[in-house]
Design a protein around this ligand. Sequence first.
Ligand code: GLU
Length: 479
Amino acid sequence: MEKVRTRFAPSPTGYLHIGGLRTALYGYLFAKQRGGDFILRIEDTDTTRYVDGSVQIIYDTMRDSGIMYDEGPDIGGNYGPYIQSERKAIYTEYAKKLVECGGAYYCFCTPERIAGLKDSEGNVRYDKHCLKLSKAEIEEKIARGEPYVIRQNVPTEGSGTYHDLVYGDISVDYKDIEDGILIKSDGMPTYNFANVIDDHLMGITHVIRGTEYLSSTPKYNLMYDAFGWERPVYIHLPPIMKDAQHKLSKRNGDAGYEDFVNKGYVKEAIVNYIALLGWSPKTNQEKMSLAELVEHFSLDGINKSPAIFDETKMKWLSGEYIKELSFEEFKKLALPFLKKSAAYGKFDEDKLLNLVKTRVQILSEIPEKLDFIADFKEFDISLFVNEKQKASIELAKEILPKIKERLSNLSEFTNSVLFESLVALSNELGVKKQALLWIARIAITGKGATAGGATEIAELLGKDETLKRIDFSIGLLNK
Ligand code: GLU
């Protein structure tokens, strides 16, 4: 069997957005699952949309996310060059061939003449005017240096049909397809031409891309047929929406891969979540590594309907990945975020990180989750009141000195020792355990909500600081 070859063909128009990365991921998964090759091709022929630096972003993002290609501009391969702007001569050669076989023609119409073709709704549709030119006329115009484009010669009747592996049989009437430009007056090809030439010459067997190309594919097929080339297999992917009405898109300024990494999403979680945008696994297992995705990905799990990007779900997945990281792995990822916390440098780094490891979904939540520890000051004593836990200001006044005494006698100040001794104390005093722990936590943090319980926080603060804070709180209660 022929080796499967898929490609990701982004245009360097800014950062790599989520939809683009999803296309790349599916192309990667599909190829890897079949022992095939995954190719990166940069489609930079539209110079008006080119954004400096974005090719590098594409390389970096793909490496960073693990969606690595086997051939590409920066690593080479047998089918290069992999950057379209370096393939101009190839397009010219094939455009001429297409003209020779009647699939395309030279067009010398001026912008003014084209503008004059507007219909009552303001739409311009080319009228095949230059198709009538004789060979001699064409040669003469070219020799005179008249600017021209090369247009596709689309039949005026009939329809183009093909089978898409996701959307089924697609048929488009040729009368609805314009004689689009294949080679612009500057000699550069349009996407409509370059994608066909490149996919063929690069041996692409399966074309995986967004549904925006579903209805233009018949015109690409006309070219494959005109050249006598085998058409690739088509797999179009559903759009990704940010809500029922709006597409997720970089043009709307929606976040890209890098933004999510900067926000502290675990990379594996981003890739895992992106895989689920438009594809559902057969089992309930949604958390999957890249290797597991390669194993389980299947075309029949691709949905036809648009996928909705749900950041809450991606956050949840990120939290699941964080929980499974070893402490050392977590520390490596978390440290840059911990450094932004007011608690950083004041307490033991490992203890701070331990406190939040199971309590954050994305790493950027770390500072806000830990700031409270460094910020101990006068607080409203009504915080001691908690009806559910049966805690009150009176109870706090009564038991805080006893808590202080008990803690000051401890020689080991660890979470488990602290917990045991405070539970024992609550039994001795005949006070509900939850009430005592509530009061202790308020006394040492001055906050209603904190990451971690009283004894975890006390361990982190250490004995001196804990006792100092309890003293302060006793003082507040007796003011
Ligand atoms: N350069 C096109 C884009 O970024 C690629 C479409 C395709 O995969 O054929 O939309």
